[in-house]
Design a protein around this ligand. Structure first.
Ligand SMILES: NC(=O)c1ccc[n+]([C@@H]2O[C@H](COP(=O)([O-])OP(=O)(O)OC[C@H]3O[C@@H](n4cnc5c(N)ncnc54)[C@H](O)[C@@H]3O)[C@@H](O)[C@H]2O)c1
Ligand SMILES: O=C(O)CC[C@@H](O)C(=O)O
Length: 529
């Protein structure tokens, strides 16, 4: 008999199949402290949570029988994924069940913002009859910029078209074909920021999306624009937003999520007359809560019964004899994917992985998953992609995956080459495991190099002429950026070349822009590995 613990307010109807199952007993609890949960979790095979319960390493250590943690929702920020993976505990989520509900909440917020509904309601019930203070704007013919065109962003786009809005979308995986199908103009972040009347964000919170809308973006916005966040607190810089509203750039904002939840009682959003808020209600409908609970219950039963399952967001344990052979290649393959993702511009259409030498003798399918994980996690966030779901996520985004093997050695005992094709270009990065030195990148595009894939790398494409290396070094030095190592790769004397510098701290954006403007320099890009 399997024992399942259901925490938080998960829909009773949604978990009915668990209650009905003959091989399962279900206990429901809410509001337990970490100590209280740690004291009882040892009796359970599965734990179901929403976002309230924090599933920490300590809880997992106490959960000696725990095989699966189910998250009734999308974000798994409340679950320690690394700890679960280490302990062989599968973490699953329910990524589809609350898409429509959250999209509808976004629309409710956009309309409430356009027509001042919360403010007008508050004044009316206070006894006033004020029709002058709440003149709104129509959505029709307005430009809506959507940052993040995944499940929720795409649904928002479809509804915005029905309201007669012109929709601009940006997402690293949005191809022109898909944008056309949705009736969305494929745009850049800058385009959206400069021209949109309304902006709504639907990305995960990752290092790349944290404060993706901050002071520099507010400064170039169309005066009178409005902004909505029903995704994750922190994507929009809260302090910078308040300043932009107070200086008259932004006419109003609607937020369902906060950088810290619940927000402190003195949070400036809670008193601002032009900001409307809800307490993370995006997924809170009867339907969505049933959907996510049904989805997660179904998968938990599969896992407990040893049947195939979907929606795992971490890696289940692999038999040790297989893992021993694969283990050294995982960090290399994931890093190759991450580097390739940062080299390529535009939506990724194809990821191709070639294995040659010794590595070709192993079953490389999970290494290909690891490359794809590296590519996708750069955009989707490390907590959303893993070896189990990376190919599935690539497929749902229309990314083609190709892999091939060659048993010749090509100068290295083992060599893995990742090619990324986007609409406009194909970028290549090759790596190897060297005895004693570990993972090395040995080729970028047509240029041979020898770099440890670690930390902050600065990649500079230039013409092979005297003085360039010195000029780049001086600029970095005068801006207090220390160079740890440097490599130059070229095919021909005086031809195209690249310089790869490993630097001790991230290069400030303005310094990067200054480097890009140096004579004989084609491009400078920072890559984080
Ligand atoms: N308010 C709520 O209650 C609620 C409910 C459900 C989901 N969410 C949140 O909404 C967000 C979107 O959920 P989803 O189900 O649509 O996820 P999704 O994974 O389907 O879509 C996210 C999209 O963001 C894109 N993206 C990543 N980095 C980007 C960048 N720098 N610029 C532009 N796009 C980028 C990804 O490529 C992806 O397509 C998540 O943060 C999720 O946690 C909130
Ligand atoms: O209401 C919830 O459980 C949070 C929902 C949402 O933020 C999610 O990530 O699915």
């Amino acid at each position: 008999m399997f024992r399942i613990l259901v925490m938080d307010s998960i829909s009773d109807h949604g978990i009915q199949q668990l209650i009905d199952a003959e091989d399962v007993t279900v206990d429901k609890k809410t509001g337990l402290s970490e100590d209280e949960l740690a004291a009882i979790i040892g009796d359970y095979d599965a734990l179901l949570v929403r976002s309230q319960t924090k599933v920490t390493a300590r809880i997992m250590d106490a959960g000696k029988k725990l095989k699966v943690v189910g998250r009734a929702g999308v974000g798994v920020d409340n679950i320690d994924l690394a700890a679960a993976t280490e302990r062989g505990i599968v973490v699953i989520n329910a990524p589809d069940g609350n898409t429509i509900t959250t999209c509808e909440h976004t629309f409710a917020m956009m309309m409430a913002l356009a027509r001042h509904i919360p403010q007008a309601y508050a004044k009316t019930i206070s006894g006033a009859w004020d029709r002058k203070s709440f003149v709104g704007v129509e959505l029709r013919n307005k430009k809506l910029g959507i940052l993040g065109m995944g499940r929720i962003g795409s649904e928002v786009a479809i509804r915005a078209k029905a309201f007669g809005m012109e929709v601009l979308g940006y997402d690293p995986f949005l191809t022109e074909e898909r944008a056309d199908k949705l009736g969305v103009k494929l745009s850049t972040v800058e385009d959206i920021v400069r021209t949109a009347d309304f902006i709504t964000v639907h990305t995960p919170l990752t290092p790349e999306t944290r404060h993706m809308i901050s002071r520099p973006q507010f400064e170039i916005m169309k005066p009178g624009m409005r902004i909505i966040n029903c995704a994750r607190g922190g994507i929009i810089d809260e302090q910078a937003l308040v300043e932009a509203i107070d200086s008259g750039i932004v006419a109003g904002a609607a937020f369902d999520v906060f950088e810290s939840e619940p927000p402190a009682p003195d949070h400036p959003f809670l008193r601002h007359p032009k900001i409307i808020v809800t307490p993370h209600l995006g997924a809170s409908t009867v339907e969505a809560q049933e959907n996510v609970a049904i989805d997660v219950s179904e998968q938990v039963l599969h896992i407990l019964r040893g049947e195939p399952f979907k929606n795992a967001v971490n890696m289940p344990s692999i038999p040790s004899e297989v893992l021993n052979k694969l283990q050294p290649y995982y960090p290399l393959t994931e890093k190759l994917g991450k580097v390739a993702a940062q080299l390529a511009e535009g939506a990724v259409e194809e990821i191709s992985v070639s294995y040659s030498g010794e590595v070709a003798d192993i079953d490389t399918s999970s290494l290909t998953r690891s490359v794809v994980k590296g590519v996708l996690s750069h955009h989707l966030g490390d907590d959303q992609v893993n070896l189990v779901n990376s190919l599935h996520l690539a497929k749902t985004r229309g990314v083609n995956i190709v892999s091939n093997k060659s048993y010749t050695h090509k100068g290295f005992t083992n060599l893995i080459t990742v090619k990324l094709r986007t609409k406009g270009e194909e970028r290549l990065v090759s790596g190897t495991l060297l005895n004693g030195l570990g993972a090395r990148i040995v080729q970028i595009d047509q240029f041979p190099v020898d770099i440890a894939p670690e930390g902050n790398l600065l990649l500079v494409s230039h013409h092979d002429k005297p003085g360039i290396i010195g000029r780049v070094g001086t600029l970095l030095g005068s801006n207090d950026v220390n160079i740890a190592t440097m490599q130059v790769g070229r095919k021909l004397v005086g031809g195209e070349a690249i310089m790869v510098l490993s630097v001790d701290k991230p290069v400030p954006k303005d310094v990067l822009a200054e480097i890009s403007r140096l004579p004989d320099l084609k491009n400078a890009k920072e890559i984080h590995v």
